[in-house]
Design a protein around this ligand. Structure first.
Ligand code: RFL
Ligand code: PHB
Length: 390
């Protein structure tokens, strides 16, 4: 088989890129090692920047997001028993974010792809990119015990942090930067009304907590937890009790509880690999970088990578210019590092670190106090949260 672009990975970055390419008449094939249902069973991001919303529209997959997503004009920082609203809309001159689950965004992109008839191959084993240093790259995989090969012009590695694309690059050609945090997030989903109509990021002596949502009737809550915490030790009752303790009293009283239907623990990590292009192989999204979820940036960074790569490929095929693909890595990384910085800063400001001394604790309190009393400081937070331009 031959195509123009092979996309490894059918997560948000692979699907979004595929949809944009198909819309521009550029042939592509998506390969994923797991099934569609498995991908749709993953619960992850919930907050979309306007740039991500715009790309969903451009991919002609935005209709349900606009109908069912919840535009948010602000969020709350809770500490010292009180709420401090960050007015995203007012501080950024009219920008907001959209609360819409990654699961739904992924479903919309998959459905749109099915309508276009563009090929996706799921349950593909041993996917491997080859010869991306030369002019004739190809990808091999195994399906139902039969070896397959797809020849192509370019390979987009959209296969997440544990994918094969980054691992296929010779070690000496890549540089990685990593910070692992000494805690994780325990998250649950429950069909109960959200405690507040906006998100609450809470700094508390017992640890960080986040109140988020998926709809008016479905809530997503997170608690900072130790890395060795076991899911089976967290009954719903224990989760709700702990969440109540970490929220200001008026929220704790308003909290509606119920049975959870998803519960998981995610470790927190910052990671960047440089560069993001190796000949005719491009790394996109989590394959190239990971951020802790505190800034809600992971999925949005995947989307901005897709934007830069799509524009580069469009230039290659339509204008016969490689300027865009040549600039991909530098353009994407400039935005990536700013989001890595913001996510690290939000994480540092809002969590309790096991080894925090009195000095660091006082600095954290001063930072929160500054943020809630200085319009300039709050504006810098808001500008990053709604997303830097791309
Ligand atoms: P994905 O979603 O990991 O998709 C990669 C796909 O590649 C496939 N794959 C392979 N296919 C073929 N061969 C191989 N060898 C393969 N290896 C892997 C996988 O099966 C999969 O289908 O990467 P992508 O597309 O780059 O998307 C990135 C986002 O998923 C991620 O950044 C976000 O979920 C991060 N994130 C958040 N981002 C936000 O922007 N806002 C948020 O509010 C937010 N909250 C979160 C988050 C991530 C979380 N977790 C669980 C890590 C909250 C959490 C708890
Ligand atoms: C979520 O709703 O899953 C969510 C929201 C905000 C974050 C992280 C996760 O910062």
């Amino acid at each position: 088989m031959r195509t123009q672009v092979v996309i490894i990975g059918s997560g948000p970055s692979g699907l979004l890129l595929g949809q944009l390419l198909t819309g521009a008449g550029i042939d592509n094939v998506i390969l994923d090692r797991v099934s569609k249902d498995y991908i749709l069973g993953r619960v992850r991001a919930g907050v979309l920047e306007e740039g991500t919303v715009g790309l969903m529209d451009r991919a002609k997959a935005g209709a349900r997001m606009h109908a069912e997503g919840l535009p948010h004009d602000g969020f709350s920082l809770a500490f010292d028993g009180r709420d401090h609203r960050i007015d995203l809309y007012g501080l950024t001159g009219g920008k907001r974010v959209m609360v819409y689950g990654q699961t739904e965004l992924t479903r919309d992109l998959m459905e749109q792809r099915a309508l276009t008839g563009a090929p996706s191959i799921y349950a593909a084993a041993n996917v491997a990119p080859h010869d991306f240093d030369g002019q004739n790259p190809y990808v091999t995989y195994e399906r139902d015990g039969i070896n397959q090969r797809i020849d192509c012009d370019f390979i987009a590695g959209c296969d997440g942090f544990h994918g094969i694309s980054r691992k296929s690059v010779p070690e000496k050609a890549i540089r990685t930067f990593e910070k692992v945090y000494p805690f994780g997030w325990l998250g649950i989903l429950a069909d109960v009304a959200p405690v507040s109509h906006e998100l609450i990021y809470a700094n508390h002596p017992r640890g960080f907590a986040l109140c988020s949502m998926r709809s008016q009737t479905r809530s997503r809550y997170y608690l900072q937890c130790a890395l060795d915490e076991k899911l089976e030790d967290w009954t719903d009752q224990r989760f709700w009790d702990e969440l109540r303790r970490r929220l200001p009293a008026h929220h704790a009283e308003a909290l509606v509880t119920g049975a959870s239907f998803e519960k998981s623990i995610a470790p927190l990590r910052s990671f960047v690999s440089e560069p993001m292009r190796f000949g005719r192989l491009f790394l996109v999204g989590d394959a190239a970088h990971i951020v802790p979820p505190t800034g809600a940036k992971g999925l949005n960074l995947a989307a901005s990578d897709v934007h830069y790569l799509f524009e580069g490929l469009l230039e290659h095929y339509q204008d016969r210019s490689n300027a865009g693909v040549d600039a991909y890595s530098a353009h994407a990384l400039a935005r990536v590092w700013k989001a890595v910085r913001f996510s690290w800063w939000m994480t540092t400001m809002l969590h309790r670190f096991p080894d925090t001394g009195d000095f660091d604790q006082k600095i954290q309190e001063a930072e929160l106090d500054y943020l809630t009393h200085s319009r300039a400081a709050a504006t810098a937070l808001a500008e990053n949260y709604v997303g830097l331009p791309f």
